[in-house]
Write a protein that binds this ligand. Structure first.
Ligand code: PLP
Length: 442
């Protein structure tokens, strides 16, 4: 006789609990950490940091099999809305999509003071491609303002000078997690009646003068790609601070539709067959009325479940990034004749994405990077460098404000190394010791 371990008398809850118990057991065996071997173990620039809690939540979401954004997505959006004290928090499938959604929202004719083709957006040339791309895709003209090595964010001292009568928006990324000077940005924006968007993908949890980045602009973006502060695999979010943008933003995320029903729900508005919009006949099903040129940028509930679990760890993640950055700031000072350390403005409390280093003229970046990478110490460049030098961006419409000298130094001499919570003390010391060895031979 066969032993029936999965007896039909077990309830679904009992079976689920057994699966979750086994999930933890599996995690402990399959995902066990190996000891650090200097020169062999990768000292990553970033990566996923998780334990059985994330895997269990993911399994729970699969067992529920809701698939489209559902209970976990609602929970995660509510959590993030509270975290930011914002008007709304909309989950999307990447930080890039979040940027696209923000710019597209500002271009919607539904929005008072919306942007139109030919309007200018002030933004830095040291940028991530998909911070810039939506500006171009929407027919807007990026106006490039320089960045200073060591600071990496848009040079706010040049913002006001860069404004023309067509300038309507500032799109400021908090690059590598160092907050932009929001005093100046908000002051310039207010006096010239400009929209402010923050690309907060690198800076979740950072603050300027005690106020969280992401809460200054009309909207801000977050990325949940594994390199970022918390991850859903792929994912992102738009934080909406300006209540007037909420409905349009949601509409553009969800195909451009006018209806705001949750997936699987009908008639939230109570008059599904009683609308007359555009030139459609009265009573045309609200579910199929489109007030915007939209996309489908939504996530699955499985991704959202991972986000819920990661959020529990966010304060510890941010603190680990800060502590690792502090350690590098203290211990790389000895090499300042060879490199420029990041400068943190007094009012800024970064939530570091990476630790940027700009090499002085006499140091060859390629040799430095090769030396570190040969020791399994991962390095990255500050995204697109001078984005205008990138093959895909050579011919985009643009205006360049003054020179991009600082930007070019960053393109040629800057790199960043990891400070993410997956690094331990031995790894940090190995990085410092390796740099010491390199510089001793210069
Ligand atoms: C500043 C910035 N913006 C946008 C993005 C895009 O995010 P995602 O990779 O989730 O599309 C990134 C990605 O690293 C980024 O660093």
């Amino acid at each position: 006789m066969t032993m029936m371990t999965d007896s039909p008398t077990r309830t679904k809850e009992e079976i689920r609990d057994e699966i979750l118990r086994l999930t933890t057991e599996y995690y402990e065996v399959a995902h066990a950490k190996r000891p650090f071997e200097p020169g062999k173990t990768k000292v990553a620039y970033s990566g996923r940091v998780y334990d059985d809690a994330e895997i269990r939540k993911g399994v729970e979401a699969v067992l529920q099999y809701w698939l489209t954004a559902g209970p976990f997505a609602n929970e995660f959006e509510a959590t993030m809305k509270k975290y930011f004290g914002s008007r709304a928090a909309f989950l999307v499938n990447s930080g890039s999509s979040a940027n696209l959604l923000m710019i597209s929202t500002l271009c919607s004719p539904q929005v008072d003071g919306h942007l139109v083709a030919g309007d200018e957006v002030l933004t830095p040339a040291v940028t991530f491609p998909t911070t810039l791309t939506p500006i171009v895709q929407n027919g807007l003209v990026p106006v490039f303002v320089d960045c200073k090595p060591g600071e990496y964010d848009i040079d706010v001292s040049e913002l006001e000078n860069a404004i023309s009568p067509r300038t309507k928006c500032i799109f400021a990324p908090h690059t590598v997690g160092i907050p932009c000077n929001m005093d100046v940005i908000m002051d310039v924006a207010k006096r010239h009646d400009l929209w402010v968007l923050e690309d907060g993908c690198d800076a979740l949890g950072a603050s300027w003068d005690g106020k969280m980045t992401g809460t200054f602009g009309a909207m801000s973006s977050i990325s949940f790609y594994p390199a970022h502060h918390m991850t859903m695999g792929e994912g992102g979010m738009v934080i909406v601070n300006d209540n007037g943008l909420r409905r349009t933003c949601l509409s553009i995320r969800d195909w451009g539709r006018d209806c705001w029903c949750e997936p699987g729900v009908s008639n939230t508005c109570g008059k599904r067959f009683d609308w007359q919009l555009g030139q459609l006949p009265r009573g045309y099903d609200h579910k199929y009325i489109y007030s915007n040129l939209g996309y489908n940028l939504k996530v699955t509930d499985i991704q959202a479940a991972l986000g819920c679990a990661q959020f529990e760890k966010l304060p510890a993640f941010i603190e680990a990034r800060r502590s690792n950055a502090r350690y590098y700031l203290e211990n790389l000072k000895q090499f300042e004749e060879h490199l420029i350390l990041p400068t943190v403005p007094e009012k800024a409390d970064p939530s570091w994405f990476g630790f940027p280093i700009t090499l002085r003229d006499h140091i060859d970046r390629r040799a430095f990077i090769t030396f570190l990478e040969d020791r399994a110490i991962e390095t990255r460049l500050v995204f697109g460098g001078n984005i205008l030098m990138q093959p895909g961006f050579l011919n985009i419409p643009r205006r360049v404000h003054k020179s991009l000298d600082g930007t070019n130094v960053i393109m040629n001499k800057t790199l960043f190394i990891g400070i993410y919570p997956g690094l331990n003390q031995e790894m940090l010391d190995f990085v410092i010791e390796s740099m010491g060895e390199f510089f001793s031979k210069v």
